[in-house]
Design a protein around this ligand. Structure first.
Ligand code: 6CS
Length: 313
């Protein structure tokens, strides 16, 4: 038996590391009875196309990141909201594992015909452009490439940028040709997609983490026999710890390499600057409430109460 697994990132990425480890584990657990075929990004489609392939049952498993899939699953937009999740990685991991949070998200994924299997934090999103972005005013008039869900565009619009939604595969050329001025992604992605070749400044806002979801076709998941279900569960267990080390390592190593390459300068934000971005981003929370309805409101409250923040903002 073959399980097909589609990635939104190329070989050597965090998603690839997750999938290769998952493949290895399933093949050991099943003693070779189940083979996992991994399709890196580019081989079968853009993110929305991959989600469609999972829904149609043509691939069994895929990564679906909120910046794209929130178009389909409004609840997913929670991960696009800046300064919502705690800065501390361990606290963040605890929240992502929370049963109530998972149940609320699962309901959203299931409405779309998908089973949410895991949430995978891949590191802080950096902003790259040809200038430092210290204040919302610096975003004024900046054509910022965003992922394709409208909720992702809303955040950058709240900061004064002009969002330009594009698939991941088109970002490098769009930056090079000047069709867009900036983009946002974790360090490892900037490095492996070579965005640093066509951008000169990387701002470090620590506002939003890139958190991808691992999904499967819902019917396929429901109809797994007991043995297969056990292999799937056993393969998944311990993956959050495994991938957390990987993402830290990839992001740290690539940051060092980018610094040494001298191709891009790195600009951290002060706490005061971050506070201004936080305040300016709050309309995106209201837009999230509108889009994700009651479930969205409960998700927001759950994350805020787990983060020890006040529920009213
Ligand atoms: O920017 C994007 O569209 C993509 N970025 C990452 C790090 N993974 C997949 C996603 O589609």
């Amino acid at each position: 038996e073959i399980w097909r697994f589609a990635l939104e990132e190329i070989g050597g990425s965090v998603q690839d590391a997750w999938a290769q480890e998952f493949r290895r584990r399933i093949e050991v657990l099943s003693d070779g009875q189940v083979q996992v075929e991994v399709y890196p990004y580019g081989s079968i489609g853009t993110s929305p196309q991959l989600t469609r392939l999972v829904k149609d049952g043509r691939v069994h498993l895929a990564f679906a990141s909120p910046g794209h899939v929130a178009d389909d699953i409004p609840e997913a937009g929670i991960f696009l909201l800046p300064f919502l999740f705690p800065e501390n990685d361990r606290a963040n991991r605890r929240i992502l594992a929370d049963d109530e949070l998972r149940a609320l998200l699962q309901a959203g994924w299931q409405d779309a015909g998908l089973q949410l299997l895991d949430l995978v934090p891949e590191g802080w999103m950096m902003w790259t452009a040809d200038r430092a972005l210290h204040t919302p005013e610096d975003f004024s008039g900046l054509r910022m490439r965003t992922m394709t869900a409208p909720q992702q565009a809303e955040v950058f619009r709240a900061w004064g940028a002009e969002p330009v939604p594009l698939p991941y595969s088109e970002v490098y050329d769009a930056l090079q040709l000047g069709q867009v001025d900036g983009q946002s992604n974790p360090v490892f992605a900037i490095a492996e997609m070579n965005f640093h070749e066509v951008q000169s400044v990387m701002t470090v806002p620590r506002a939003t983490r890139f958190v991808a979801s691992v999904v499967s076709n819902r019917n396929w998941h429901q109809n797994l026999n007991e043995e297969h279900r056990q292999w799937l569960e056993a393969a998944r267990s311990g993956m959050p710890e495994f991938i957390d080390e990987i993402q830290r390592d990839y992001n740290r190593r690539h940051l060092q390499q980018l610094r040494e390459s001298g191709r891009i300068t790195v600009e951290p934000l002060t706490d005061d600057q971050r506070a201004r971005f936080r305040d300016a981003s709050l309309p995106a929370r209201d837009a999230y409430r509108e889009r994700a309805g009651e479930r969205g409101e409960r998700l927001l409250q759950r994350v805020q109460s787990l983060s020890g923040q006040q529920t009213a903002d």
